[in-house]
Design a protein around this ligand. Structure first.
Ligand code: PMT
Length: 404
């Protein structure tokens, strides 16, 4: 997660009600260690003052093209030359139109014209402006030049209209920025991640499940996607937003997860099984709600398919990473799972402690490898652990012959 640390980012802010969201984006970028330099158009300053951006960025905010102090060293060129990434959020139809036509008549558009840094544009505007053929042509033109877009989302717009035009969430723009500055060591690879719990239905209103939130698997999917992989995320029921760029396959039960995994596995170079799959399911699902009758009741259960073991038994299989959730003898149980299920790597987490594992933001793990080596990962965020897991996969893959 250090990919933004000390990176110099220009945040261009153009005028629109969504300017306040750029403040939150700035906060996320600086928190990640980026050195952010804000340029505001005069319209943007009508919504939020430069002082807000200056305070949060700890850098002077650029508002004028002809500033006597900054122009001593030709401010816009210096700024443009030193940038690692240029973000415009919110980007109005006017600013996008100007950039698409090569107009450079203020500090923002002039600096865009002069930079060689990647340009990430997050549009925000009225839905009719967004669908206007003139705007569409301008956006297409910029995409053809290789500039990147974070599409606006649908919702009720400040102007009273409903539709696509709302600035994407600051977290989404941040994620896209992180992706631009992340080395693409998984480019060309297809990675399948399974995440979340499964639900095994007893009747139309009840099911057997577990406490998995999906956070660990989704963090892996986001990280793999940032690193250039095509990600297939097979997810049990969760409340999490789909990771940017991931191919989502939503399932409920262990049997559905098995069918989804097996139908996509032939496309994959790597499979990471972070899902907490139920080991047992009811032998029969009652078609109507089971009535409360006797004091005790029994539900007959049968084993679910062990998807990981099935993958491990394949003759030609991708690089296979399993998870193990253990409450005792972590290393011993995990090593056994790695061997029995024929895995390349296993991520073992001790789920007996409240600060890690199920349904929290952090995790600690023991990474085990085929040849008996192991590495401890102390308590860290699931995003950080996801990066460590992928770092190890990238190192381990050639040794097992799965990387071309
Ligand atoms: O989702 P979070 O709230 O973020 O929590 C993360 C997590 C604790 C769920 C995750 O880190 C984790 O440990 N996932 C694996 C949980 C689990 O099911 O462990 P297990 O030891 O029971 O299973 C071992 C492996 O076999 C797992 O990779 C599992 O996906 C797989 N399995 C299990 C049963 C089954 N029928 N099919 C499987 O493929």
């Amino acid at each position: 997660m250090d990919n933004l640390k000390d990176k110099r980012i220009i945040l261009g802010v153009s005028g629109g009600i969504a300017v306040y969201k750029a403040v939150e984006l700035l906060r996320l970028l600086t928190k990640a260690g980026a050195d952010v330099h804000v340029i505001m158009t005069s319209a943007a300053q009508e919504f939020v003052t430069p002082l807000t951006f200056q305070t949060l960025s700890s850098n002077p905010v650029h508002t004028e093209l002809f500033n006597l102090i900054a122009e001593r060293e030709i401010g816009h060129i210096t700024l443009a030359d030193r940038a690692d990434l240029f973000i415009i959020a919110p980007a109005t139809a006017n600013v996008i139109g100007k950039i698409a036509c090569g107009i450079a008549d203020d500090m923002l558009t002039t600096t865009v014209m002069a930079t060689k840094a990647p340009l990430l544009i997050a549009p925000a505007m009225n839905v009719n402006m967004y669908t206007n053929p003139v705007y569409r042509e301008n956006e297409d033109r910029l995409r053809r030049f290789g500039h990147l877009f974070v599409d606006p989302v649908c919702g009720s717009l400040a102007c009273g209209w409903e539709g696509q035009g709302k600035l994407a969430a600051p977290e989404t723009i941040f994620e896209a920025a992180l992706a631009v500055l992340t080395p693409k060591d998984l480019a060309g690879r297809t990675v399948m991640v399974t995440a979340g719990p499964t639900r095994e239905e007893i009747d139309p209103v009840r099911y057997i499940s577990n406490h998995s939130s999906g956070k660990m698997g989704y963090a892996l999917a986001r990280a793999a996607s940032r690193r250039g992989a095509h990600v297939i995320l097979v997810s049990g029921p969760t409340c999490l937003p789909a990771p940017l760029g991931a191919e989502m396959v939503c399932v409920e039960s262990a049997c559905e997860m098995q069918a989804a995994v097996m139908s996509h596995v032939s496309r994959c170079d790597i499979v990471i099984k972070a899902a907490a799959v139920a080991d047992y399911r009811p032998v029969e699902r009652n078609s109507t709600k089971i009535k409360k009758q006797s004091e005790t009741t029994t539900i007959e259960l049968c084993k679910t398919p062990d998807i990981l073991a099935e993958l491990g038994a394949m003759q030609m299989r991708p690089f296979l990473v399993g998870f193990a959730a253990e409450t005792d003898n972590l290393a011993e149980h995990a090593a056994k799972k790695l061997k029995v299920k024929n895995l390349d790597m296993l991520v073992a987490n001790d789920v007996s402690q409240a600060d890690a594992g199920f349904n929290v933001d952090n995790n600690r793990a023991l990474l085990l490898f085929r040849d008996g080596r192991s590495t401890e990962c102390s308590l860290m965020s699931k995003d950080e652990l996801a990066e460590k897991i992928l770092d190890n996969i990238v190192i381990e893959m050639p040794a097992t012959g799965h990387l071309a």
